[in-house]
Write a new protein. Structure first.
Length: 300
């Protein structure tokens, strides 16, 4: 079984689930999970977790993400992007300065109402399923954060900009909200995800390239191991007499590292330097407790 994370370039027309399904065929492996959906018309970085690394899916979903989007002013659609039904059209008489000032006003913490055409569930139903039935339900605003917004190109009614934001952010909704604040309406023309955590656009691979790498036997060189995902954590290697505790999934005494802040996470290794998983320092008990175990003795 292959264990690790591969940086996939999701092409336009594919859903995130399509990518997972195709990878299962290419890698001949069932245990695969993606790290957060991208709209079918969106492109870009989609980290995909393989094997034991599927435990990382939630961790990566929570990370900040960076996008490059094109906003089209003057048009409002039911999906908040250009794939939807046009609801309103308005002349765009705002200036470049007004547009830039308005876009940058969204920096920081904001409240965003999720769009009806989204995979978010309300009372067990996905919003896009209800939207296709012509139904609209109340959605509670959610707190999101825009850490950085840069205007890359402005040729009204089109504006290309990059945005780094928190999890759960809808760039379509940001485009819609910018247009509403300007008074002329707006929607998203295109979307490219350029970064998720350490995974960059320049290193992402299309499915065809992954398939070629598998055939050439070079696929492993493109894989980020589970250990590498936690390279920023300090490593702890236990003495041989603690191997049994570690291998049985128990907490282990912190005979070293007692000066760590409480709840500090570390990479835990047995005495043979086999990576076991992530442990968390418990200051009161002076031990390391289990956070996430990725490997057991049977794996070695």
């Amino acid at each position: 079984m292959i264990n690790g994370v591969i940086n996939v370039y999701k092409e336009k027309g594919y859903t995130s689930h399509d990518v997972v399904a195709k990878l299962r065929g290419i890698l001949r492996q069932k245990k695969i999970g993606h790290t957060g959906t991208l709209d079918p018309e969106a492109e870009g970085v989609l980290p995909v977790c393989l094997g034991k690394a599927t435990k990382l899916c939630e961790l990566l979903t929570d990370k900040t993400k960076t996008y490059e989007a094109v906003l089209r002013l003057g048009i409002v659609t039911d999906t908040q992007d250009m794939t939807g039904k046009v609801l309103e059209e308005h002349p765009v008489s705002v200036t470049d300065e007004e547009v830039e000032r308005t876009i940058l006003s969204f920096l920081g913490d904001q409240e965003q109402i999720p769009p009806m055409y989204s995979a978010l569930k309300v009372n067990g139903r996905k919003l896009y399923e209800l939207a296709r039935e012509g139904k609209e339900v109340e959605r509670k605003p959610r707190k999101v954060t825009f850490y950085e917004i840069k205007i890359l190109e402005m040729n009204l009614p089109l504006v290309r900009f990059s945005v780094t934001c928190s999890k759960g952010t809808y760039i379509r909704t940001l485009c819609h909200d910018i247009g509403a604040k300007l008074g002329c309406g707006g929607c998203m023309e295109s979307l490219l995800r350029t970064q998720v955590e350490r995974f960059m656009l320049k290193d992402s691979m299309k499915l065809s390239a992954i398939e070629a790498a598998v055939k050439e036997g070079t696929f492993d060189t493109h894989l980020v191991t589970i250990e590498e995902m936690f390279s920023h954590y300090e490593e702890v290697v236990v003495p041989k007499e603690m191997d049994k505790l570690l291998h049985n999934g128990n907490k282990v005494p912190a005979i070293t590292h007692q000066n760590l802040p409480d709840k500090t996470r570390v990479r835990m290794y047995d005495s043979n330097r086999h990576f076991i998983g992530i442990y968390e320092y418990q200051k009161r008990r002076e031990c390391f407790g289990v956070h996430t175990i990725f490997f057991t003795p049977q794996d070695f």
